[in-house]
Design a protein around this ligand. Structure first.
Ligand code: SF4
Length: 460
């Protein structure tokens, strides 16, 4: 079993697969080159972006992420302003001080190659890095993949067969599960809620207090992101001239506080989700939940249902929400994928909606079966959702899509709570349907910006 904390990573926007993953890959490549003894004599580095990483890499800021990774920035700790400065300094000097290595000349136009036509078999987000000495061909070459949600894998790792559906488990988790059916069975047999079962699995990795601290930190970063997004107006970067809408809507809601309009619920959920995704589009600090593109849904639900009026988190509720949402996210990660480049947007916003629906049902004290029912409904009505970002930017349709996904998640939790008896569709069936739909989906709709809105909306 993976840890649920693996799903909730702090990183910089706008994309977990195209920004967070490539930054981590660049760092890892230099670390491996250093260990192999090739870094000190390096004179040049070449980075080849393949498949979706190349096709939407410019809009998603992949080039910038790679450069920051080579400079030593890590997604978890990078300060957005410092990163911005370091990036511009490197570009204007055309030099990179490699972390753990020498300073080398670097021209992004010649040294970052975009090979969108090369779609690797193992995963569409491929990245090959090559290190050159003074003369001759490359002395150190590695291929990695950014597999969604900020996860990365080497070619060797991805080509190794994985038995059954379950990601390799070190055998430590007391309640290992590879399906929703098994998860429910474990809850029933052990008389546990989903949240307590997941906590039991986390307990073998670290002391309980540490897990709780880390969950609280995740919530704090999410809430800080909402606060920044609610206060920051202006135009989003990238050339689409998209205006940030969250601050204006927030002001309107604050001015009309107490207006008692029935539809205000939608407005609050929308404004929180959009605040996060506008921050993400601007390269701000967000939590992958489970990806950056879909990062607004979980925080919006937490803010509305697990926080006091002034935004202070109610810790126990927020932890329960994240544990259950994370448990559902693990099922998607194990049985399908959380990568828009593999599954389309159903694998990002669809998965986030499903996770949030289950988490909220748990906050409302639903049974484990009802939580799984909420997760099922949350995905069932996102099946087939395509990824077609205009201009390759994580703005249209992504920002509004998170708002819609948040409202849908709350509705899914309500439907599940009122449900009596077993639903006709199980969570396992809907995850498998998502997987098959993702496999059948044309690559035009899988984070390549070659179809859908990306070709019908003029990007200027
Ligand atoms: S359309 Fe969905 S999957 Fe594609 S970049 Fe936007 S949020 Fe991510």
């Amino acid at each position: 079993m993976l840890s649920v904390l693996d799903l909730f990573r702090v990183g910089l926007g706008p994309s977990s697969s195209h920004t967070v993953g490539p930054m981590r890959i660049a760092r890892r490549f230099l670390r491996e080159a250093g260990k192999a003894g090739y870094l000190k004599g390096a004179m040049r580095i070449e980075v080849e972006l393949q498949g979706s990483l190349a096709l939407t890499g410019v809009g998603h800021g992949t080039d910038k992420a790679v450069i920051l990774g080579l400079l030593g920035f890590a997604p978890e700790t990078a300060d957005p302003d410092q990163a911005e400065q370091a990036f511009h300094a490197a570009i204007s000097a055309r030099k990179l001080a490699l972390i753990g290595g020498p300073e080398i000349a670097f021209n992004p136009i010649a040294d970052i190659l975009y090979r969108g036509e090369h779609v690797p078999d193992l995963h569409t987000n491929g990245m090959e890095l090559r290190l050159y000495p003074m003369n001759g061909g490359p002395v150190f070459t590695r291929v990695y993949y950014s597999t969604g949600g900020g996860f990365i894998a080497s070619a060797r790792r991805l080509s190794r067969p994985v038995k059954g559906d379950v990601i390799e488990d070190k055998g430590a988790s007391p309640y290992a599960f590879g399906s929703a059916a098994r998860l429910l069975e474990l809850c029933t047999v052990n008389d546990l809620t989903i949240a307590n079962l997941i906590l039991g699995n986390e307990d073998v990795r670290r002391p309980r207090a540490q897990t709780e601290d880390r969950l609280d930190q995740v919530v704090d970063v999410m809430m800080a992101c909402i606060d920044r997004g609610l206060q920051t107006d202006g135009i989003l970067p990238g050339g689409l001239s998209v205006t940030r809408r969250a601050p204006g809507l927030y002001q309107k809601l604050m001015d009309g506080a107490g207006a008692n309009e029935r539809e205000a619920l939608f407005d609050w959920l929308n404004v929180y989700a959009m605040a996060v995704n506008e921050e993400n589009a601007a390269g701000g600090r967000v939590v992958t939940a489970p990806t950056n593109g879909a990062a607004g849904i979980l925080p919006a639900v937490i803010r509305h249902y697990c926080c006091e009026e002034d935004g202070t988190p109610m810790r126990e509720k927020a932890r329960r929400f994240l544990l259950v949402a994370g448990g559902i996210g693990l099922l998607y990660k194990q049985r399908a994928s959380i990568s828009g480049a593999e599954m389309g947007c159903q694998g990002e916003v669809g998965v986030a909606c499903s996770m949030a629906a289950a988490g909220l049902a748990a906050v409302w004290s639903a049974t484990p079966a009802q939580c799984l029912g909420a997760a099922e409904i949350g995905m069932e009505h996102n099946l087939g959702l395509t990824c077609d970002p205009v201009g390759g930017l994580v703005q249209i349709p992504c920002i509004e899509r998170n708002a819609i996904g948040t409202v849908k998640a709350v509705n899914a939790a309500r439907l599940a709570l009122h449900q009596t008896g077993q639903g006709k569709v199980s969570l396992d069936q809907v995850i498998e349907t998502m997987r098959q739909t993702g496999l059948d989906m044309s690559s035009k709709y899988k984070e390549t910006s070659q179809g859908g809105l990306a070709v019908n909306v003029v990007a200027c």
